[in-house]
Write a protein that binds this ligand. Structure first.
Ligand code: IVH
Length: 690
């Protein structure tokens, strides 16, 4: 569809978001409009409308479909979320085997391969299509009559696991694609599912927040995510898919089929897939391929996702058929592998570091080893379970991986290389910083120092508070924090705001300019938005994402001190563990005193939420409790917000309406005691929204 037409249609639909009946006659058009925007966003990476507008269109479609369930189609954009859980993945056979690739590591390997390919094809020079070798999990998809019929993992190449529901969660995979326009009734296509570097780093941060060991690399994260039994959780992993091969077609008209690999990549793009159309390069002769491969390796770190090399494919389909394949790999393609990001080294020593929450982290000191242009000397071993599971001992030879921008990781030890002098790693029983006894709870893998005044914890808390994603106080790096702490100037978080700058200016090695810059950076940090302050406090399990949702749900930071655990759990992203931790933090008198002190120093403790939508319910507050039957809670909340209403997280005299679903509990009881609160059923609420 033409972009201008779609934009006009989008605007028309947006006018009807509160009146689904008015748009229900055009449900197929609405679906097409949504598919168009999904493609712009997820495949082309170039959205044409704001995220909020897209969400409103999507909600409109969901609303129409909930009012007219008979109109729901399996390929509707709303049907990515399949019902229920997969108990066990079924084994399915691929229509054609998924072969591997032969590997090459240098120019000689490529020259050799090119010579054989030229001999077999009888041509003096060959044309190649070169594209990235995506480092993720390979998948195979079958489309029948233009609809995604089945998706599977590679498995052993002949049989894989059926993971259709999970793959439908990947927004760059269209649920329908017009293969029939090319005379194709059935097609099996191949590609790679990836988690991009940014999402992988966030994923590992979340693992760390929950005291779980991180994953080694985005590849493991992608393949692990594809095997989750609950498809809705797969959706939350933000996976992406590149489709790079048309493996099999059942076509009525073979004249329309592409004659080259490059053309099939273009065709896949035109069908709506994210194929490497813009990443591929057509080259003639092996020397150009070699030059391209060597130059491309330097670009590797600039890409948002991991690649482990390039794939060189003979471009002409006719020649591919002539060259054929071995039982292992096609003779018409070869992988050019980049330098490994793994290396072996020796574990020399283990140090124990105290984190800001008192967690004791073992850190491996290894014999320095260069990996991907960086010399690695120090690697986190996470916790005692990690060491036990990987059977890592002092003196062991270990395999180290450093994937792209990702922090180094010990993949495994080599017990077979032991000489007999390797020793088990002894965990301390006392805090290395304050000597208080360490404790470990049943459900956790980490040992902790529970002395909240432990000097190591205090320093780590200040380091976290000032860090880039928190209050972002440039110039107050770890070294200065330690120095100012030793001088007795920096003893807790509020003391950041009372640093003696006259004394700092006269410190040896501290120029007047850098002191002024630091003073300015500290002053500027007082205006940071509330979500940054929440993240900066270093509350266990509350990272950047949760801090953002919390900041959106409250008016003042100290509101959290008034909320019980149940009220806290009504905030998005806040489960039992997180609520418990927030509750604990806000019930420590010293923390409340610290926050009040920070407020007097001018820090922002109030939320700078976006102005609410103006509507018939402007200024009215709502809270939902119990199980709603007509709508999901998020939908009901969105409905109230769309008309200017505001959602509260707990029952208080500020609440205007409590909407009660089935099995409502303590909230309803509490609300009954406050006469100003109007208690509505779900039906009454829906009537009010009309
Ligand atoms: S073509 C018959 N192209 O590499 C040819 N594979 O070791 C099949 N891979 O399992 C593969 N990027 O998962 C091809 N652009 C690309 C690729 C690619 C990544 C993976 C694929 C395969 C493995 C081969």
């Amino acid at each position: 569809m033409d972009a201008t037409i779609v934009l006009n249609k989008s605007r028309e639909f947006l006018q009807h978001t509160n009146d689904p009946e008015a748009a229900s006659g055009a449900i197929e058009l609405l679906r097409d409009v949504i598919r168009f925007h999904e493609h712009r966003y997820y495949v082309m990476n170039d959205p044409l409308i704001a995220d909020g507008e897209f969400d409103a269109l999507f909600k409109l479609l969901e609303k129409i479909e909930s009012l007219h369930p008979e109109l729901i189609q399996p390929d509707s954009p709303t049907q990515r979320v399949g019902p229920g859980m997969t108990k066990q993945f079924q084994t399915v056979q691929h229509l054609v085997p998924m072969l591997s690739l032969e590997n090459s590591y240098n120019a000689e390997d490529l020259i050799d391969w090119d010579r054989k390919a030229r001999e077999l094809s009888g041509l003096p020079s060959l044309e190649y299509c070169v594209e990235p070798k995506f480092d993720g999990a390979s998948i195979s998809l079958i489309y029948e009559n233009d609809r995604l019929a089945r998706g599977a993992t590679r498995g052993d190449g002949v049989e894989g696991e059926e993971i259709t529901l999970n793959l439908k969660q990947i927004k760059s995979l269209p649920l329908t694609a017009p293969f029939s326009a090319y005379g194709i009734k059935q097609a099996e296509i191949r590609g790679e599912v990836l988690m991009n570097k940014h999402n992988f780093i966030r994923f590992n941060e979340q693992m760390a927040e929950h005291n779980l060991p991180p994953l080694a690399n985005p590849r493991n994260a992608a393949s692990g995510s594809l095997r989750i039994k609950d498809a809705t959780l797969v959706g939350k992993r933000n996976l992406e898919a590149f489709i790079y091969q048309l493996a099999f077609v059942n076509a009525t008209d073979s004249t329309q089929l592409p004659h080259s690999h490059g053309a099939s990549i273009d065709m896949l793009w035109d069908l709506g897939f994210r194929s490497p159309k813009h990443e591929k390069k057509i080259l003639s002769g092996i020397q150009d391929v070699i030059d391209y491969c060597t130059a491309y390796e330097n670009k590797r770190d600039d890409l948002p996702y991991e690649i482990d090399g390039l794939v060189i494919k003979v471009n002409a389909v006719e020649l591919q058929e002539k060259l054929g394949m071995t039982t292992h790999h096609p003779r018409w393609a070869i992988a050019y592998k980049f330098k490994a990001r793994q290396a072996t080294s020796i574990l020399l020593n283990v140090e124990f570091q105290v984190g800001r929450t008192g967690s004791i982290t073992p850190v491996a000191k290894i014999q320095p080893v260069p990996i991907g242009g960086v010399t690695v000397t120090s690697i986190s071993l996470h916790n005692q379970d990690f060491i036990r599971e990987k059977d890592i001992r002092l003196g062991d030879t270990v395999l180290v991986e450093r994937a792209g921008d990702v922090i180094p990781y010990i993949v495994k030890s080599f017990p077979e290389l032991r000489k007999g002098s390797e020793a088990p790693i002894q965990f301390p029983t006392q805090c290395p910083a304050c000597t208080s006894n360490l404790v470990k709870s049943e459900e956790e893998a980490v040992w902790r120092c529970v002395n909240e005044s432990c000097p190591a914890q205090v320093i780590e808390r200040i380091i976290h508070f000032t860090s880039k994603d928190a209050m972002d106080i440039r110039g107050l790096g770890e070294a200065n924090i330690r120095k100012f702490n030793e001088l007795g100037w920096l003893t807790d978080i509020p003391s950041i705001y009372t640093l003696p700058f006259d004394a700092i200016r006269s410190l040896e090695g501290f120029g007047a300019k850098s002191a002024t810059n630091l003073e300015e950076a500290i002053r500027k940090s007082t205006t940071q938005p509330l979500h940054r302050l929440i993240n900066a406090l270093g509350i266990r399990y509350v990272g950047e994402t949760t801090a953002k949702t919390i900041a959106q749900s409250i008016h003042h930071l100290l509101d959290l001190a008034e909320m019980d655990q149940e009220a806290l759990q009504h905030m998005e992203d806040v489960g039992t563990k997180v609520a418990e931790s927030i509750h604990h933090f806000f019930h420590q008198p010293r923390n409340i005193a610290m926050l009040k002190e920070l407020e007097t120093m001018g820090l922002q403790l109030t939320s700078t939420k976006k102005e609410a939508v103006q509507g018939s319910l402007s200024g009215k507050t709502f809270l939902f409790t119990g199980t709603l039957t007509e709508l999901k809670r998020s939908e009901a909340e969105a409905l109230a917000e769309a008309q200017g209403g505001k959602i509260l997280s707990g029952v208080s005299s500020k609440l205007d309406f409590l909407i009660v679903g089935e099995d409502a509990g303590s909230k309803l009881e509490k609300a009954k005691k406050i006469p100003s609160i109007k208690i509505l059923s779900e039906g009454e609420f829906l009537k009010m929204m009309r």
